[in-house]
Design a protein around this ligand. Structure first.
Ligand code: PHE
Length: 341
């Protein structure tokens, strides 16, 4: 026992730890519940009575020395922490905190919506989970129309009145026609869902901005002018548009709109595949059946509607070749749009 006490005494005198954690470890090792000194006190019980006085004193000295040493080390550690703080240079530049930026799809959606706001359109929004009536039936889709099939539409529940994910934001236009007082002049931005294989040019989730204008005496010429003005705001003042005949169940007549290629200005390049034109949206005069389905008198009122894909416009604007970039959240891609805010 004598040797152990002496060895521990030497160790205590030699203790040199600086870090708070090391000091705490030394305290536990020596004075903790299972520490070496505590154990010696237990051993002390078995010491012969004639030696108790001598060992008792030695043990107490050892314990006090250990406690004093630990205290001393702790004070030294605190002091050096204080002096470190005092020497900290508060004028040093901070660690840069990277700023986030808006997503390119949000930037373009806002740009489109802002252009139509300037023309006097309001913004209308509606649910992403819809019923058959608002997505198809009220929009004059015949019962057997292929867009109603599972290959195109995500169904949430199948029944006589199925619940589904909207395949276009025209459903919001139906809701507006049902409730809003006439005339109606709205744009409907939102996320839409189609059961398509994901590729560089298609995705099962994307965004649209659709528009609707209903009043007395609205004509095809009004539509053409509104779209031309939009195209020039979006793609530059030199932009031309052309219309190609098309078909949608909810518009008659219907057209597809192309803008002159803003890269080659009509000469032909690989973005416009040599044609000089880029397709940007579908449009048409609202079919009288659609007006009547929402309780609007088609003899008195007429209107036009249009719809475009936000990702597509963004791809044309920034010449992004793969649609999937917009959904992968790769910071290297997203950072390229920081300056576009
Ligand atoms: N709803 C059509 C689509 O999703 C777009 C469109 C809207 C076409 C309005 C014409 C008129 O493809």
């Amino acid at each position: 026992m004598k040797e152990k006490i002496e060895a521990l005494m030497a160790e205590i005198n030699d203790l040199k730890c600086k870090k708070e954690q090391e000091i705490e470890e030394a305290r536990v090792r020596l004075l903790g519940k299972k520490g070496e000194i505590t154990r010696l006190f237990e051993e002390f019980r078995t010491v012969a009575p004639e030696l108790k006085k001598e060992f008792g004193q030695k043990l107490n000295i050892l314990k006090n020395a250990a406690a004093a040493k630990i205290e001393e080390l702790k004070n030294a550690a605190e002091e050096s922490a204080d002096s470190k703080e005092a020497s900290f240079d508060y004028t040093m530049p901070g660690d840069p905190m990277p700023l986030g930026s808006r997503h390119p799809v949000s930037i373009v959606r806002e740009e489109i919506v802002d252009i139509f706001r300037k023309f006097g359109y309001d913004v209308a929004e509606g649910p992403e989970i819809e019923d058959d009536w608002h997505v198809f039936e009220a929009l004059n889709f015949p019962p057997e129309h292929p867009a109603r099939e599972m290959q195109d539409t995500f169904f949430v529940s199948e029944s006589d009145n199925p619940v589904l994910l909207r395949t276009h934001t025209s459903s919001v236009q139906v809701r507006a026609m049902e409730k809003m007082p006439l005339p109606i002049r709205i744009v409907c931005p939102g996320r839409v869902f189609r059961n398509e294989a994901i590729s560089a040019r298609a995705h099962c989730i994307f965004h649209q901005v659709e528009g609707l204008y209903i009043d007395e005496n609205v004509t095809f010429a009004d539509m053409k002018q509104a779209i031309l003005l939009f195209a020039r705001e979006m793609f530059g003042p030199q932009t031309q548009i052309r219309m190609r005949p098309s078909y949608f169940p909810f518009t008659e007549p219907s057209a597809e709109i192309d803008v002159s290629c803003n890269i080659c200005h009509g000469k032909g390049c690989n973005i416009c595949k040599g044609t000089g034109w880029l397709e940007i949206m579908g449009c048409g005069m609202v079919d009288p059946n659609v007006l009547e389905a929402s309780g609007i008198d088609s003899k008195k009122y007429s209107g036009f509607a249009f719809g475009m894909g936000v990702e597509r416009i963004a791809m044309l604007k920034w010449q992004v070749k793969d649609l999937r970039n917009y959904f992968e959240n790769d910071l290297r891609f997203l950072k390229e749009f920081e300056t576009s805010i």
